[in-house]
Design a protein around this ligand. Sequence first.
Ligand code: NAI
Length: 357
Amino acid sequence: MDLKAALEELGHEQVTVCRDAQAGYVGIIAVHSTVLGPAVGGTRVWHYASLDEAMTDALRLSRGMTYKNALAGLPFGGGKAVLLGPAPSSPAGRASFFRAHGRFVERMGGMFITGEDVGTSPGDMEVMEEETQFVAGLVRGMGDPSPFTAYGVRRAMEAVAAEIWGSPDLAGRKVAIQGLGNVGGNLAAELHQLGVRLVVCDTDQERVASAVTLYQAEPVAPDAILDVEADVFAPCAMGGVVDDEAVGRLRVSAVCGGANNQLLRPEHGERLRERGVRYVPDYVANAGGVISGSVDIAGWDLERMNEALDHIYYTVREVFALASNLGVGTHVAADRMAEARLAAAQTHSRWGGGAEA
Ligand code: NAI
């Protein structure tokens, strides 16, 4: 990878590669922007084939956090830590791995504040806290962000309903959920309470069985979820799900879910638009998790946090309105709104972040 070119293209401020031989730890801490505040983003552990592959992920994900945090109205910049997995399997080895990471986070002096992500847990965050104060998502703090993420997706879906059907009421609508994990499971519970009819799939059959029992959901096989005729498709499993094939198969009015990086490529957002399928940009819909982090990180009270969660509804409406005014896809409109907020900040943060983005 031409790292200098990548940093210039994506606009990163600082990227640090960290290594602790004793702990078997190699990690990348990517700070994309501190224009709006300290860079906030999760710590991911993944089996990367190479440092280059990990770097690509770190750069992409940290930039995504800048946009997500800006559009959610949070006083945070964007960053991400990506650790080369697997983490040691023994409890002592795993603790030493995350303590090493905690030391590197601490060295950054508050420029980067992290929490859990794919491959990490609130328990890992507790271990890191032995070494750093710059960690959120602790068991005794706000803990698991997923219920907040799911609530935010529900608010985004209500905005979709208002946009398409003239009322935010979701009762009687049919939603197809892909993935019933932390986010999808909580979303299913939320929507069921609102009287939504659910069609669900997961590769884990126990999760499917539980949704059938608890929410009278209709189960389908994982490879059939794209063909379900429904009002909304809610991707809550992996990224890249909206690809050439999905665009052709989907039989829904809208795509609105919790998964990160739902569009395989930006052109797929355009293709959804051409087909008249409303797409809620993933980072707008799934900002609830990081919004809940504001309590631990920025000292927000619960009322302020709930306001920000509810505000996802209005942000989605604004994104739709701008997309329609400009004649562009919603994914483009959301990026423009985030970029406008960053440009308007026009400050140099205490970490030196300029207003480039
Ligand atoms: P999770 O690992 O708890 O749940 C994912 C679920 O998807 C699992 O039940 C898994 O069995 C299922 N799954 C995997 N492949 C599948 C397939 N091909 N078809 C159907 N189901 C499949 O993960 P979590 O935390 O619920 O996150 C889901 C997505 O939301 C991820 O993309 C994550 O990055 C994103 N996200 C999560 C946030 C959170 O607060 N947990 C915040 C923002 C984004």
